[in-house]
Design a protein around this ligand. Structure first.
Ligand SMILES: *Cc1c(COP(=O)(O)O)cnc(C)c1O
Length: 435
């Protein structure tokens, strides 16, 4: 049960300054556990097989069942599950031939793993600025950044937007450089009626705890290309692939040894939890979408604040982060850091914060501190060489709320709107000089 306190006091006292918060009461919890989640988890626990390298039991493993279900969900031929989103990106990049002497286009605003997965393979991440409306990679900037060394375009669908898939499909066709879709923030979203993750040559997903589909940690790649699928299967299982005719009580893997693999396998527990979550995904996405629509009506009344935009081709929007963009002039010069901190206190909802710092200046992206980078190549990896004015503009105007805020009721959306209104009223009473 939640109570939304509407204040009409002349002098607004924010919760961050000791006032009464707008919101008392809890928010929907994440991750979601149902009796079915527990049943599947226990089934995996008792099955006698806990991972890919356990003996074949005579029944398809959870990992194989999830791979089939996830591929079918996307209308894509092959899925290879992995232990993390980062390892999914790594095997996708390796399968596309990314390594020493190559480059990969990576958007300037995204989670650090996008760039670090590239630099860990000895390739150079070319950090590309974003589109001012969608905050996803700018197709124009990407076109200008392609060189004969570019091996892949890592297209990230960020927060609650889908990158301009039409423009990037055209760019990939014109340049011959394959698209690697990173759908770690857009599970289940659609573009012109088709699931994202089915447009790139390969797509990668993360199932880390905060994501829309989760097993705590976990990842997967999708592809229609059977050769890439075979390669990625081996890359993530120390060079082994599944046998066509496994025998009960024995390993169902054969040693191929055609490439240098690593162990990036998903456990049976992760796969069991994902099988459950996948069944709920569309319904949870619908709920979040309806609540975001309700909230956007309220945002128009407040003024100076709007949802991150997504291109019109996106006809099934998802909300990993609810990303809100303020116009600082209409917020009386308050910085997005100040606004988001105050909103977080009003709502008693963690993880409300400004968007990531652009990769040119992100404290988590430090390729020059890695012993892997050859001294003579250091200048190529210097993140500071990339100028990202649009990503910086986003950092200065946008903040995000976690998606569980959208799993609640219509009244919860009125609470969020009330908190925003209260903070804007407080801003009007103590304006700052615009920077
Ligand atoms: C979460 C995320 C990753 C990394 O996934 P992990 O499972 O944490 O390794 C990669 N790319 C994007 C866009 C992400 O949001």
């Amino acid at each position: 049960m939640s109570i939304c306190i509407v204040e009409n006091a002349l002098a607004v006292q924010l919760a961050v300054d000791g006032g009464t918060p707008v919101r008392a009461g809890s928010w929907p919890s994440w991750p979601v556990v149902t009796p079915r989640t527990e049943a599947l988890y226990l089934e995996a626990l008792r099955s006698g097989r806990w991972t890919v390298s356990g003996a074949y039991t005579g029944r398809p493993s959870f990992e194989q069942r999830f791979a089939t279900a996830f591929a079918d969900f996307h209308g894509v031929a092959h899925c290879v599950p992995t232990c993390h989103g980062s390892s999914a990106l790594t095997i996708a990049l390796e399968a596309l031939g990314v390594g020493a002497g190559t480059e990969v286009l990576v958007p300037g605003l995204t989670w650090v793993a996008c760039a670090s997965a590239v630099s860990s393979l000895g390739a150079v991440p070319i950090i590309v600025d974003i589109d001012p409306k969608t905050f996803c990679m700018s197709a124009e900037a990407a076109r200008a950044a392609i060189t004969p060394r570019t091996k892949a375009i890592m297209l990230v669908h960020l927060f609650s937007a889908i990158a301009d898939i039409d423009a990037f499909t055209a760019l990939s066709r014109d340049s011959g450089v394959p698209l690697l879709e990173d759908c770690s923030q857009a599970h289940g979203a659609t573009w012109r009626g088709r699931r994202v993750g089915s447009f790139g040559k390969v797509a990668a997903f993360s199932f880390q705890q905060t994501k829309l589909l989760t097993s705590g940690e976990g990842g997967a790649v999708l592809t229609d290309d059977v050769e890439l699928a075979e390669l990625m299967q081996q890359l993530r299982a120390d060079g082994r692939r599944f046998l066509a005719t496994p025998r009960i009580g024995e390993l169902d893997l054969e040693e191929v040894g055609a490439i240098q693999g690593r162990n990036f396998c998903m456990t049976e527990f992760q796969a069991a939890i994902l099988l459950d979550g996948l069944e709920r995904l569309d319904q949870e996405n619908d709920c979040r979408r309806q609540n975001a629509t309700r909230l956007s009506v309220e945002l128009e009344k407040i003024g100076g604040i709007a949802l991150q935009e997504t291109p019109t081709g996106c006809d099934g929007r998802t909300f990993y982060h609810l990303c809100l963009v303020i116009d600082p002039a209409q917020w009386f010069g308050w910085s997005v850091d100040e606004v988001s901190r105050a909103v977080a206190e009003e709502l008693a909802l963690g993880a409300i914060e400004p968007v990531d710092t652009p990769l040119s200046d992100n404290i988590l992206y430090n390729p020059l501190r890695s012993p892997r980078i050859a001294p003579e190549l250091r200048s190529l990896y210097d993140p500071g060489r990339f100028e990202l004015p649009v990503a910086w503009q986003a950092r200065k105007t946008a903040f995000t709320l976690p998606h569980r805020a959208l799993l609640g009721s219509a009244d919860d959306m009125l609470c969020i709107a009330e908190a925003l209104r209260k903070v804007k009223d407080a801003a009007s009473q103590s304006p700052r000089a615009l920077r």
